[in-house]
Design a protein around this ligand. Sequence first.
Ligand SMILES: Cc1cc2nc3c(=O)[nH]c(=O)nc-3n(C[C@H](O)[C@H](O)[C@H](O)COP(=O)(O)OP(=O)(O)OC[C@H]3O[C@@H](n4cnc5c(N)ncnc54)[C@H](O)[C@@H]3O)c2cc1C
Length: 521
Amino acid sequence: MTDQAIRAVVVGAGIGGLSAAMRLAHAGLSVTVVDMHGAPGGKMRTRASAAGPIDIGPTVMTLKSMFETLFQDVGANLSDHVTLIPDTILARHFWPDGSSLDLSHNPEESAEAVAAFAGPRARTQFQRFAQDAKNLFEAFDAPVMQAEAPGLAALTAHVLRHPRLIPAMAPGKSLAGSLAARFSDPRLQQLFGRYATYVGGSPYQSPAVLGLIWHSEASGVWRVEGGMHQLAIAMQKLATGMGAQFRFNARAARIEQQNGRACAVHLEDGTRLPADLVVFNGDPKALVDGHLGPAAMGAVRRAGVAARSLSAFVLGFAAEPEGVDLAHHNVFFCADPKREFDDLSAGRMPADGTLYICAQDRGGETPSGLERFEIILNGPPGHPSTPEDEKTCLTRTFETLQTMGLSFSPRPGVDALTTPRGFDRAFPASDGSLYGLSPHGMMATFQRPTARTKLRGLYLAGGGAHPGAGIPMACLSGQHAAAAILSDLALTSTSHRTATHGGMSTASAMTERAQSPSSVS
Ligand SMILES: Cc1cc2nc3c(=O)[nH]c(=O)nc-3n(C[C@H](O)[C@H](O)[C@H](O)COP(=O)(O)OP(=O)(O)OC[C@H]3O[C@@H](n4cnc5c(N)ncnc54)[C@H](O)[C@@H]3O)c2cc1C
């Protein structure tokens, strides 16, 4: 990095922002990352407790290769910066009828467990579903996820070349509808339907193709030693080592434009950060709603942010558990998933909702004494979350668990709870929605905003942009943003050179430097 380097301001130190910042700093740009919170990671955040920091954001790390690629691309090794431990049990599932099922990182073990749980026919159904999920994942990877902008034409061409994908995609069917046709046992329909919630959808309204999410989990789940937030800290450290500067507790209030191009970010405290380009890592709805000023309001289409994905009620606390042998990841299913998602669609906290529990200290030897827990109940976006709702959420959660044999001592209070309203405050303009645009409907994937916006010099990275939410996808969105930026800089450089008959301007030279891998200071 030099004094003349191209200046990039990244608004947001979530996974997408960090991923873009690392790549841009590595390419030699002068990178400043600002975040309104006091630490990196965005939704990958922690809460202090007597047992140490508790992860109160993501806990399931899948598609590790996305992070390996990021670190490799900036000349580093993921394993030198964080210690990842594979979870041999992907998740332990419990139903109100007393039954339970462990799914394993080993597909044969999972198939055996499914057969023991629901009979030999269920094993065949599970294996067929797993194979279809793999085929779909592989079909969507290049033309959709890895593409800077998802290509409907490329995807259609791929599907036409492989017509056996069509029944797996179950066009026109919801995920719940497709699972009802695949699995005879309603508990397995409920289990695999839950994967729609990984991207904030209801299985009854999300397309069947979201079954492919199972493949990302079946390919391996990892936990990070010291907690998930260590990944964000490692990314920040690496970016800092490459010259990026971080300003925390710094809220961006306005993006300034000149001649139709983003040229500065104004912070709430009045600081003006001049910028040759800006990456916005917050919810893109914040741009549309005018939170970043009038210049950025038209940068993204409203249709790409309007339908909101699910929110959640999230508890993080330390306690001693009793009564149930917990794995690292646990799911306590409700009795009636249709009723649960009907409540969510109607904007209500589920009267009886499925509960995910991360027992952060489990996975190796069973610990004794206080342990750290995160409990997640899906919630509707835009929920008012009154103090009364908070109390109701706590009562319902712990009464449900009690009836399924699990209790905690001490039980946490409302201070341990983040509600949809709390998420809306922490992530402006999101309505508390945790995954950006809702995945409902066949075309949602193609409606999400992509890295380039309509305001030149303003780019998007994060779960609200293509390819969507979840930490691997947010990481990939940062790659797409950096690629779009570097390619636009190269185009600018080329056209400038043409205009000056081969003479290199300072700007062109900076662009060339920005693209040279050896330019890292
Ligand atoms: C409870 C919970 C559990 C989850 N579980 C999983 C899981 O197990 N596995 C998984 O893969 N994913 C999970 N997710 C989803 C995953 O956490 C997100 O998709 C991902 O972390 C989003 O990253 P992002 O890049 O969009 O940035 P975000 O995490 O959304 O961060 C954006 C950042 O931008 C900052 N910002 C916004 N506006 C401004 C502004 N004006 N000025 C300054 N800063 C600003 C915010 O402060 C924030 O730090 C979970 C999410 C939650 C909340």
